[in-house]
Design a protein around this ligand. Structure first.
Ligand code: HEC
Ligand SMILES: [Cu+2]
Length: 353
């Protein structure tokens, strides 16, 4: 093998390995091949038919081409001979029929069939029986998701909780640029536009955790704009809603567990830092709307839109230097003159369940 060929082979092997690893990334997979509810199943069914039809066309064309190449010209006589049948007739007869049928009629029929199939599936999705008003409103921000339950009064971020086995209507829009909401195992994509609202429904037939992703390039950290959908058994879902509506005791001065001076100090650090200009904590003086609502931060699985698992070490790294973790995101790093302030702030944030 030449060194160039070896280079290509190595690059091929590395990308194949990366692809396989990415596809097999455990519980965080996002795959259209693994639909988990009726919306995604309808799309998957259509996609499978299209793949099958496309594959059949490809095989037939390749076989026809190989046959044509293998057939020796002489088999049908020498076309330049004075008595060659097509010479006087020009190009019509059999070749014209082949071009007309294989080149125009068959593709037109196939495209018409595929068009009809996709129109039917679109209809089926659009006509599905879903509520008149959204259960959830999702607003895209560079590079995170604001999540509101208008009828329940719940506000959260980067994580959507739904009851399993139910068609859940979501209305989506954007605060800044165009984003696109996509949870491949639960449904199709929908654009999130500034100043306009689009609607989609999702369904998870079984409880579980499903990952999604912004699907419209929206800036430097588009790739780290991920979302988690947690589908619960219906009564578990109600439990989640209730927990989200409770004010964590540590938010209210004097209500943190007795003797928890660290949390009380953390609350002071938080309320006297720039955090409050960008983040809200319900029931406190923090009313910012630039970043995710932190009222129930500790109940969430991830930090910074699926970028990091939500634990103390990651939270600390994020507060100190969010730009190192997610370069270009809209949160500046914070310096703590006294390391005990950081400790206290972490204790406070981790108490927000
Ligand atoms: C200038 C506005 C701004 C300031 C000041 C700010 N943040 Fe943020 N913060 C953001 C934005 C925007 C994000 C979302 C980043 C992303 O995921 O792209 C964020 C994300 C976070 C997250 C992750 C939340 C989640 O659910 O993923 C935490 C925790 C956080 N900030 C805490 C703080 C704390 C504590 C302070 C003060 C020390 C602070 N922030 C100061 C804007 C700000
Ligand atoms: Cu994006």
């Amino acid at each position: 093998m030449s060194s160039r060929a070896r280079g290509f082979a190595a690059a091929g092997a590395v990308s194949a390995a990366a692809f396989v690893t990415a596809c097999a990334a455990g519980g965080e997979q996002q795959s259209i091949l693994d639909p988990a509810g009726s919306h995604a199943e309808a799309i998957h069914g259509l996609w499978s038919w299209m793949l099958g039809i496309g594959a059949a066309v490809w095989v037939i064309v390749v076989v026809a081409m190989v046959v044509a190449l293998a057939r020796r010209r002489g088999d049908e006589g020498d076309p330049t001979a004075p008595d060659a049948p097509h010479r006087e007739a020009g190009v019509h007869g059999r070749p014209v029929r082949i071009v007309a049928v294989a080149g125009a009629l068959v593709p037109a029929v196939i495209i018409a069939v595929v068009l009809a199939m996709s129109t039917l599936v679109q209809r089926q999705i659009a006509d599905a029986d879903v509520a008149d008003s959204p259960m959830i409103e999702v607003v895209g921000h560079q590079y995170w998701w604001e999540v509101n339950y208008p009828e329940r009064g719940v506000v959260t971020a980067n994580e959507i909780h739904i009851p399993a086995g139910e068609r859940v209507r979501l209305d989506v829009s954007s605060q800044d640029v165009i984003h696109s909401f996509w949870v491949p195992e639960l449904g199709g994509k929908i654009d999130m536009l500034p100043g306009a609202s689009n609607s989609i429904w999702l369904e998870a037939s079984e409880p579980g955790v499903y990952w999604g992703q912004c699907a419209e390039y929206c800036g430097e950290q588009h790739a780290l704009m991920r979302i988690v959908v947690v589908a619960h058994e219906p009564d578990e879902f109600e439990g989640w809603v209730e927990a989200q509506l409770r004010t964590p005791p540590s938010i209210v001065e004097g209500e943190e567990s007795p003797g928890d001076e660290l949390i009380a100090r953390g609350r002071e650090v938080f309320l006297s830092s720039s955090c409050v200009y960008c983040h809200a904590v319900a029931g406190s003086a923090a009313l910012g709307e630039v970043g995710p609502d932190l009222t129930h931060l500790a109940s969430r699985q991830t930090l910074a839109a699926g970028t990091l698992p939500n634990d103390r070490a990651n939270l600390s790294a994020w507060l100190l230097d969010p730009q190192a973790i997610k370069p270009g995101n809209l949160m500046p790093g914070t310096e703590f003159d006294d390391p005990a302030d950081l400790d206290a702030l972490l204790a406070y944030l981790q108490s927000l369940e």
